[in-house]
Design a protein around this ligand. Structure first.
Ligand code: 13P
Length: 287
């Protein structure tokens, strides 16, 4: 059964690890992440951007697919499906379709408008036991048409949003979606420390998980990060494994063109990447 993220993130915050949020794109992605979570006895969050939801045929298709897999693959670890960078409209549609967790990303509005809209989403969510992630500051780079300037969050604004009753808070601390440039300055741990101090125990979310060095990941977990979002890294290993299969001419051998064969190496690569991240985040055997 799909759960919200409250219990899993509060446990992670208390015990000093982070739960991985892995974005999904299709059936193979979803199955690879779920199998990896089950094999590693780890809780997991399946992230869905609005673009990915459209691609997969809508929120209801996604909820149906995941529920089917939980049963068909005997998945017993805690699994949440979570809307990633949702708009005001998108967050409501995802909740109606059965998402038990949503992000409302109002970071591009003024703080007053971000607060007003976040409150509306929280009120709707609370009635249905749905958890809400809000964002302050912005995550640099672009993801599925949602782009940010990379503005570092103001701890004071974080406190205002945290006090509204969100379950988890994403704060821009120099993190970027996609690959980090060579001259990246790294995460701003001074700001993260201030945010942690002022939001008293709230699980914090680190977006742009791809390519953050392991020591920075561990340090951010020690400073209250309990959910880490990873997208691009799974896409890169999937593409590389698929390229290798085709470049080796395997699609031309026998029934190598069968999609269940053709997509196999990419599927395995995602599973391995998810395991690697779960090891780094410390969520293995925490289901
Ligand atoms: P990456 O694509 O950089 O891993 O970021 C994922 C993310 O933050 C999803 O919200």
């Amino acid at each position: 059964m799909l759960v919200n993220t409250k219990e899993m993130l509060e446990k992670a915050r208390k015990e000093g690890y982070a739960v991985g949020h892995f974005n999904i794109n299709n059936l193979e992605w979803t199955k690879a992440i779920l199998e990896s979570a089950q094999e590693n006895n780890s809780p997991v969050i399946l992230g869905v951007s609005e673009g990915a939801a459209k691609y997969m045929g809508g929120y209801k298709t996604i909820v149906g697919m995941i529920n089917g897999m939980l049963e068909g693959l005997n998945i017993s670890v805690p699994v949440a499906v979570h809307l990633d960078h949702g708009s005001f409209d998108g967050a409501q549609k995802a909740m109606e379709a059965g998402f038990k967790s949503v992000m409302f990303d109002g970071s591009h509005y003024s703080i007053e408008e971000n607060i007003a809209k976040t409150v509306e989403i929280i009120n709707l969510a609370n009635k249905q036991n749905i958890t809400v992630e809000a964002e302050v500051g912005s995550i640099g780079g672009e993801e599925d048409g949602v782009s940010g300037t990379g503005e570092v969050a103001s701890p004071d604004e974080c406190k205002q949003i945290a006090n509204l009753g969100v379950t988890m808070l994403a704060a821009g601390i120099g993190n970027i979606h996609g690959r980090y440039p060579d001259n990246w300055a790294g995460l701003d741990f001074d700001v993260l420390k201030d945010i942690q101090a002022i939001t008293s125990g709230m699980p914090l979310v680190l977006h742009g998980g791809t390519g953050i060095p392991a020591d920075m990941v561990k340090k951010s977990i020690s400073l209250g990060v309990s959910k880490i979002n990873v997208n691009t890294e799974c896409q890169l290993v999937f593409a590389a494994a698929t390229r290798k299969y085709i470049e080796a001419g395997k699609d031309l051998e026998g029934k190598g063109f069968d999609p269940r064969k053709l997509l196999g190496p990419g599927f395995k690569a995602i599973k391995a990447m998810v395991k690697e991240k779960m090891e780094l985040f410390g969520s293995i055997n925490k289901a």
